[in-house]
Write a protein that binds this ligand. Structure first.
Ligand SMILES: Cc1cc2nc3c(=O)[nH]c(=O)nc-3n(C[C@H](O)[C@H](O)[C@H](O)COP(=O)(O)O)c2cc1C
Length: 304
């Protein structure tokens, strides 16, 4: 790959702008035998919580037309085990590591980030705010500008590394949330997370997933994600990372044209774990064909 793709995201140098998305690439190290990790723009690890979590009852994944619905329930080994068992190996992966963080109260986020701050080998944080705030009657951080600002400001105060805030698409308008995140101190935004969805088995009349609802991802959501990235990017000055249904280089180009400075690839990893590497190569081919000398020249160039 060429220098056309080399870029930086809120101060983090990336070989290329294609990252593996959280929850779809484990902790990265598990994929090391299948994928050349050093060819990735970066890895966003599986969401990390204060304590280990078992996740939701099975079944936890249902394939849909052009996508999938998951209700993994943020199963993870907990932040301390991540630092002790996964991070030492990840440090040698030769790519930028982004720690995805979540919680159910502001203090949870602060505690997880505090543990990560003491560890080396992390380039930046991605805050997954698509969780209910259990201390505020279960209102989602991602749907209320005031709650969103509260969690971001609390984390901002204690971090030395860049802070990316991952927004949920399950809102009527993304602009107020994007602006609230920027004002509260986010260095970048990433969007979209999954769309709340329900699949039903018509014979049993029961949900297909053990948890009932799940999150829809994959190619089915791409056009909605592109629209939301466009709306978010034009309402803030900080960089935006776009994702949702990217499965080839042209998909990635769409997000960049809509205003994203980098992209993430999620569901495509389930059928091709080296998808982010292939997509970066395809994006490079596209730039060459179009005579575009650097990726940044493509960002935000939608013609309306
Ligand atoms: C099985 C699965 C697990 C996920 N786990 C997380 C997670 O832990 N944290 C997070 O922020 N997003 C998580 N996501 C959301 C993805 O990172 C991504 O935002 C979403 O799937 C849209 O991108 P895609 O269509 O390329 O998959 C998960 C998605 C899937 C399919």
């Amino acid at each position: 790959m060429t220098s056309r793709l080399a870029t930086s995201l809120c101060g983090v140098s990336l070989k290329n702008p294609v990252l593996a998305a959280s929850g779809t690439f484990a902790y990265g190290v598990e994929l090391g035998d299948l994928v050349d990790l050093s060819a990735l723009g970066g890895i966003v690890v599986k969401g990390l919580s204060r304590e280990p979590m078992d996740g939701n009852p099975p079944p936890r994944v249902w394939e849909t037309e052009a996508g999938m619905i998951n209700s993994i329930g943020l199963q993870n080994i907990g932040v301390r085990a991540f630092v002790a068992e996964k991070l030492p190996q990840l440090r040698g992966a030769g790519t930028a590591i982004f720690a995805n963080v979540f919680g159910y109260a502001v203090e949870d986020y602060v505690e997880v980030v505090r543990v990560l701050e003491d560890a080396e080998g992390i380039a930046a944080y991605e805050l997954n705010v698509s969780c209910p705030n259990t201390k505020h009657g279960g209102i989602f951080f991602s749907s209320d500008p005031a709650l969103l600002a509260e969690v971001i400001s609390a984390v901002r105060k204690i971090v030395r590394r860049p802070l990316i805030v991952k927004l949920s698409p399950n809102v009527a308008r993304i602009e107020p949330l994007a602006k609230a995140a920027e004002e509260a101190g986010a260095d970048a935004l990433s969007l979209v997370n999954t769309f709340v969805a329900l699949a039903i088995d018509p014979r049993s009349r029961k949900p297909r997933l053990g948890a009932g609802f799940g999150g829809l991802s994959g190619p089915a959501i791409k056009p909605i994600a592109v629209r939301m990235v466009y709306e978010a990017a034009r309402s803030v000055k900080i960089p935006v990372v776009g994702l949702g249904g990217i499965s080839n280089g042209l998909d990635a180009a769409e997000f960049l044209i809509a205003g994203a400075s980098a992209v993430e690839v999620g569901t495509a990893n389930f059928w091709d774990p080296s998808a982010p590497v292939r997509i970066a190569r395809e994006l490079d081919d596209f730039l060459q064909q179009e005579g575009i000398e650097h990726i940044n020249k493509l960002v935000g160039t939608l013609k309306l």
